[in-house]
Design a protein around this ligand. Structure first.
Ligand SMILES: *Cc1c(COP(=O)(O)O)cnc(C)c1O
Ligand SMILES: [Zn+2]
Length: 422
């Protein structure tokens, strides 16, 4: 029932490897991390490793350069075997937009709102659900504050798989409705892990959750996030940016692209790797606290309180801290007011992003103010998700004034004033 993926012709087979002890396993339905390293502190994640030497020797990087930026353009380093049709809604290939902001360096927005369900999560589920179907699963599940679940429901629908989403009570009504519209089952509850793990362990469901086994997860979804790194590199003209700023919650959003940059280097790309920066909200900033303390383990943030629910996880994975330290990055948070200002800054460029996504812009502006960005640096803000799925935040940021009465004289008077005000 579970076929073993075959490698790209000529290359050695990709395998799962433990980040902690290096133990290797064939690709397959492994959702509990490394069996050797499982202890009281939880499981160590497994991640996919490829035959980088073969790809360096066979010009995979040059081949990629000739392809348009898009998730499946980089499938030599994705876990789905080359001959297997992916589950796709045409994800990735998102624009890299130069932002008109004064100051040192050049600020860019990697506009992930342009993905099929309006969030970078589509890269995750494109790969994860493709693997679920390839491995013979008929049922997929996940846990979400909104975007992750809406995305999974869409990909499950396209794949013809059953789907069950566990959603946080803060998930907006419109996302609950979208999940239902895509035909998925929905359970709204605060503490979701045990129920999800039960479905996976006892009922044969595939967990399309993040990389950390908490207690179950998939090693395959985060592979899709690597392609954010790949695309940025090629969109800058085969050049590494100086810094990448990611609105970070559990941390896959930062660790995934970081692995993408590392892999580019394994394939022969040169230039210093970018510094990876985590952007959080003041009301939920466990990564910032860990960073200030120089810690690898992220403390649990008591009672998160921010409008940026998508980056509201009370803790994060230690490998995210590794990526921040190894890359020479940092962590910065912003108040909800500054997130709203970030939304307005993006809106002036025609991009409607949710408050969580604006955290990257708020952090970059703050870094520039503190003198942490040098002349000539390319700073890329990942704009993770679209505003439309968070209507109450759109209303806050829009701060719309009263409209004229629907009456000709009132409209004419209003138009006169509006015209003069321009
Ligand atoms: C999920 C999400 C994030 C954070 O991603 P993690 O991988 O959990 O750190 C950031 N922004 C948006 C819009 C998201 O949906
Ligand atoms: Zn191990």
């Amino acid at each position: 029932m579970h076929p073993e993926p075959t490698p790209v012709s000529g290359a050695g087979a990709p395998r799962l490897e433990c980040r902690r002890c290096g133990a290797g396993f064939p690709l397959g339905p492994r959702f509990e991390g490394c069996p050797e390293c499982r202890d009281d502190s939880g499981a160590a994640p497994l991640e996919v490793r490829y035959d980088y030497d073969w790809h360096r020797d066979h010009g995979t990087l040059a081949e990629w350069r000739s392809r348009p930026p898009a998730l499946w353009s980089y499938r030599e380093l994705l876990p789905l075997p080359g001959a297997v049709e992916p589950v796709s809604l045409v994800e990735g290939g998102t624009p890299l937009v130069r932002l008109d902001v004064e100051g040192p360096g050049t600020l860019w927005a990697k506009d992930e709102t342009r993905n099929p369900t309006g969030a970078f999560k589509d890269r995750f589920h494109a790969v994860s659900v493709s693997m679920a179907r390839h491995l013979g699963f008929a049922k997929v599940t996940s846990s979400t504050t909104g975007n992750h679940g809406t995305s999974l429901a869409a990909y499950a629908a396209r794949a013809g798989l059953r789907c069950l989403v566990f959603a946080d009570p803060g998930a907006p009504e419109v996302q609950r409705d979208l999940i239902a519209l895509f035909g998925a089952g929905l359970v709204v509850m605060r503490s979701r892990r045990d129920q999800l793990a039960w479905l996976v362990r006892e009922r044969g469901w595939y967990p399309s959750t993040g990389l950390v086994p908490w207690p179950v997860a998939t090693p395959y979804g985060i592979e899709g996030y690597k392609t954010i790194g790949h695309e940025i590199y090629f969109q800058l003209g085969a050049r590494m940016p100086a810094r990448v700023v990611c609105p970070t919650s559990g941390g896959d959003v930062l660790y995934g692209p970081w692995r993408g940059f590392l892999e580019l280097r394994s394939l022969g790309a040169d230039g210093p790797l970018p510094a990876m920066h985590a952007a959080q909200a003041d009301g939920c900033d466990p990564i910032v606290r860990a960073y200030r303390a120089g810690a690898r383990e992220v403390p649990v943030h008591p009672a998160p309180d921010t409008i940026a629910l998508s980056i509201g996880d009370e803790t994060a994975a230690s490998y995210t801290m590794d990526a921040i330290y190894d890359s020479g990055g940092a962590a910065t948070s912003a108040s909800d007011e500054r997130l709203i200002e970030g939304m307005r800054l993006l809106a002036r460029h025609g991009i409607a992003a949710e408050p969580s996504s604006a955290a990257s812009v708020a952090a970059a502006v703050e870094m520039a103010r503190r003198g942490e960005i040098a002349d000539g640096e390319d700073v890329v803000c990942v704009i993770t998700g679209a505003a439309v799925k968070w209507p109450s935040a759109v209303a806050l940021a829009a701060a719309r004034g009263p409209l004229p009465q629907d009456e000709p004289d009132a409209v004419r008077a209003w138009l006169e004033a509006f015209d003069r005000a321009g």
